[in-house]
Write a protein that binds this ligand. Structure first.
Ligand code: FAD
Ligand code: NAD
Length: 404
């Protein structure tokens, strides 16, 4: 009997959770499982702001994919997916092709530029290990150059962060701790440094608890960070940005612009011809592409509506991992031809936003937390993600224990 071929694209939170759950559920003789990922390592996307600021080494945020999969059950392929042929049920890589009976798309998100001029060319994004290393190295280079150049240009020490969503705020939290260190390392007066956050909405962290938002903004302002709220980035140039507030337009000179103003699903989704909103497929209750019952989508490439407010759930690691677990369960049902698939119901445990490693804000199980308690909770959440995928040994290897 021919074994069904299950192909999983992406070894992020969604793809790896699907894989480890499938390898636990299915026997060697029940299916051929292939996991395809661009790199031979997984990275914790949720820790990338730390690697970007330089507060955590980039090797701390990644681990080898083969260390968490059962190689007797799962074939790992290091490769970059370029397209999906839905009719022929094939995935095309830069080098090679794979056929599938069941496909799981978990390729994650990409930075959303909204077509704003110059963002792609001149702004950095916190997207993966190497883009984070680039930000860290770039900032450090600006400090090093400033301290040694004769004619000092202050825009070398100006950093603009576009967007005060969770990513922008978490990155600013790390910068708040890193800048004083950099100033000490390169003998620079901290008053020369400017970190400016530009947010288009009328508040930072739009939609989050206003008291906690105020706490976060106060904390960051005390660290010297400036906020331009209700102000939109209109253009990015090689030497700075153009912002607009009401009818006023202003240019801010800055050698570093980090764009953290939103994400969309992988461009592969639209290229494959799946119906999508900003690269995200509105999946059916079983997490499949409507009209393509052999294709599941989890994580940032998927869109699930929160019926209570009739708006999509924000794309998070939390939802990606819950989807991965259900997706594995449903595929096992289909492979065995036994039982019934289950519908996806998001169990929202809340969210915690770090403000550097020593402070945070959050709402967890409906309760507000802040300060050291929230910072501790954030580390528990980070360690839990490692535990779900790699068990206690991965937590011991990669976990965060700097609260001990
Ligand atoms: P990812 O985890 O991003 O994984 C996608 C994988 O696909 C990657 O391994 C990538 O290399 C691979 N891939 C991509 N394209 C290709 C290709 N063409 N071929 C082969 N492989 C490919 N969410 C939370 O719930 N809590 C948080 O605290 C939190 N913090 C965050 C902090 C930051 C700085 C950022 C940027 C995001 C944060 N998020 C957080 C959001 C969360 O990281 C994402 O929602 C989550 O990573 C989505 O999981 P995923 O599996 O869809 O994609
Ligand atoms: P986001 O979409 O949540 O926030 C982007 C922010 O940029 C918004 O506040 C928006 O108003 C602003 N913006 C958009 N265009 C702008 C412009 N032209 N000029 C200035 N500001 C502009 O994106 P994100 O922060 O990258 O988060 C992406 C996803 O990851 C979200 O679902 C988020 O919940 C999740 N995430 C969660 C955590 C956490 O739980 N700790 C951390 C990071 C990210």
């Amino acid at each position: 009997l021919r074994k069904p071929k299950i192909v999983i694209l992406g070894a992020g939170y969604g793809g790896l959770t699907t894989t480890v759950r499938l390898q636990k559920t299915l026997g060697v003789n029940e299916a051929d499982i292939t996991l395809i990922n661009k790199n031979d390592y997984h990275y914790e996307t949720t820790w990338l702001h730390e690697a970007s600021a330089g507060t955590l080494h980039h090797d701390r945020v990644r681990y080898e994919v083969e260390g968490v999969i059962d190689r007797s059950k799962v074939k790992f392929v290091k490769g970059t997916v370029t397209s999906i042929n839905r009719e022929e049920k094939r995935v095309i890589l830069e080098d090679g092709e794979y056929e599938y009976d069941y496909l799981v798309i978990a390729l994650g998100g990409e930075s959303e530029t909204f077509g704003i001029k110059g963002i792609k060319e001149y702004a950095f994004t916190i997207s993966n290990v190497n883009s984070s290393r680039q930000i860290r190295e770039h900032i450090e280079y600006q400090f090093a150059t400033y301290s040694s150049e004769e004619e000092k240009s202050d825009e070398r020490l100006t950093i603009v962060v576009g967007g005060a969503g969770f990513t922008g705020i978490e990155f600013l939290g790390e910068l708040g701790n890193r800048i004083p260190e950099l100033c000490r390392e390169y003998d620079i007066d901290q008053n020369k440094v400017r970190v400016i956050c530009v947010e288009a909405a009328p508040s930072a962290l739009p939609g989050f608890d206003p008291e906690l938002v105020e706490y976060a903004v106060n904390h960051l302002e005390r660290k010297g960070i400036e906020f331009k709220i209700g102000t939109a980035i209109k253009e990015c140039k090689p030497d700075g940005i153009v912002v607009g507030k009401d009818d006023q337009v202003e240019e801010i000179k800055a050698n570093t612009v980090v764009w953290a103003a939103g994400v969309r699903g992988s461009s592969i989704i639209e290229a494959a011809g799946f119906e999508a909103m900003r690269g995200r497929v509105k999946v059916d209750p079983y997490l499949r592409v409507p009209g393509h019952e052999d294709v599941f989508v989890v994580g940032d490439c998927s869109l699930v509506i929160n019926e209570e407010i009739n708006r999509p759930y924000p794309p998070t690691a939390q939802i990606a991992m819950q989807q991965g677990a259900l997706c594995a369960k449903n595929i096992a049902v289909l492979v065995r031809g036994q039982g019934e698939m289950s519908e996806f119901v998001f169990d929202n445990k809340g969210s915690v936003c770090s403000l550097g490693e020593d402070d945070a804000i959050g709402v967890v199980f409906g309760r507000k937390i802040w300060g050291a308690r929230a910072a501790f909770m954030k580390k528990v959440i980070d360690n839990r993600a490692l535990f779900v995928i790699g068990g206690p040994s991965l937590v011991l290897k990669k976990g965060k224990f700097n609260f001990l």
